[in-house]
Design a binder for this molecule. Structure first.
Ligand code: NAG
Length: 357
């Protein structure tokens, strides 16, 4: 089935690139859709919701772009330092992290900062929202892994990991998470919050992306992209994707295969087709483009989900306000309560529309 989506890339050259992709059984085509020059320094992070694209930069601003109207939607000014990470939670919230050590929770309705959390003593290097939307993990240059209760903005757990981690990421089902330190992927179990396995990449890792709940795509300071089975704790596939180091990796799944998107310092963005089988074979190249820029970050915007949003405006509004209200509460929630809440999430009891991916 044909679908339309867009690849969004940020670059050292301050430019954001948009490539509109048409997927087809036989041939994939993509053409330059827009370039946007809103920043005055290199772009360090990008994220896409169903409607908005946000880019964060060394210029300390987050720029908003409305994909529906194809217009600039203003800038989010709160951080005092480079924006290091951006992540949407559904369509209702955006989380940003920066070198100022802050995590900011933004409402996507009015684009106001609902919570500003002093998260780390050094920089915030990475954050990841649990699929339930209630917990956020963050890592920073203070050698800690922190867990935040997104409902009240309070710290739930602090773990001293003795080293500075560059990435933290939940698996899609939220049952485990990975913490990347230099060339190592540490796999944590949610229930025990302890490392169950460590997998070492030959090079320093710059980006990871879960393809499903067990397969993690790993790339870094070389031209090879590797797939790791986090359940079996071994590498299952690798392929040469670029001429130089890979800066960003994204993915999305079609009906019967997954597409890995890679971006590199060599200027290229490439899409790879991979069949998720027991023994994955090397992916085949679907499409590539030379941006002639040094791409630093990547996001995939899927307008197909916009329709869903339009069809369910009421549900969307309820979810958003409810969460916003929760977020503004000052009530202290005990850690034990926290765990119960998460266990409840595994049984789909309070399923929220528009939440998660
Ligand atoms: C993920 O994909 C692999 C194939 O690469 C498959 O063997 C495995 O069962 C899948 N895991 C889950 C949890 O879906």
């Amino acid at each position: 089935m044909a679908a339309v989506l867009e690849l969004i890339a940020g670059s050292y050259e301050q430019i954001t690139f948009g490539y509109r992709v048409k997927t087809d059984e036989k041939e994939w085509t993509a053409k330059a859709d827009f370039t946007h020059h809103a920043h005055t320094a290199s772009i360090s992070a990008v994220a896409a919701s169903e409607r908005f694209v946000v880019t964060g930069s060394k210029d300390e601003t987050i720029q908003l772009y409305d994909m529906k109207k194809k217009t600039e939607h203003g800038a989010l000014l709160h951080h005092d330092g480079t924006i290091t990470c951006l992540e949407f939670y559904g369509t209702s919230h955006l989380l940003s992290g920066g070198e100022d050590g802050l995590i900011c929770v933004w409402s996507t309705k009015k684009w106001e900062c609902l919570k500003s959390i002093k998260a780390h003593k050094g920089h915030v290097t990475s954050l990841s929202v649990h699929p339930s939307g209630k917990l956020v993990l963050s890592v920073g240059t203070d050698k800690t892994l922190r867990t935040w209760n997104l409902i009240n903005g309070r710290s739930a757990f602090i773990k001293n990991i003795k080293q500075n981690a560059q990435i933290v990421k939940w698996s899609p089902d939220g049952a485990k998470y990975v913490v990347v330190v230099n060339d190592k992927v540490n796999i944590y179990d949610l229930e025990t919050a302890s490392v169950t396995a460590t997998i070492t990449n030959p090079q320093r890792i710059s980006c990871v992306k879960f393809l499903n709940n067990s397969i993690l795509t790993v790339a870094g300071d070389d031209e090879i992209v590797r797939l790791c089975d986090t359940g079996k704790e071994k590498w299952v596939c690798e392929f040469k994707a670029h001429e130089t180091r890979v800066k960003s990796v994204e993915s999305f799944c079609m009906e019967d295969y997954c597409v890995i998107v890679t971006a590199s310092n060599d200027g290229f963005i490439k899409m790879w087709k991979l069949h998720l089988k027991e023994e994955p074979e090397s992916p085949t190249l679907l499409w590539e483009v030379n941006t002639e820029a040094r791409v630093t970050c990547l996001a995939v915007w899927k307008p197909s989900s916009v329709q869903q949003m339009i069809e369910e405006p009421a549900a969307e509004a309820t979810t958003s306000e409810e969460l916003a209200q929760e977020l503004s509460k000052k009530k202290r929630v005990k850690i034990s309560t926290e765990e119960v809440v998460l266990e409840d999430e595994s049984k789909p009891k309070k399923k929220k529309k528009g939440g998660g991916k």
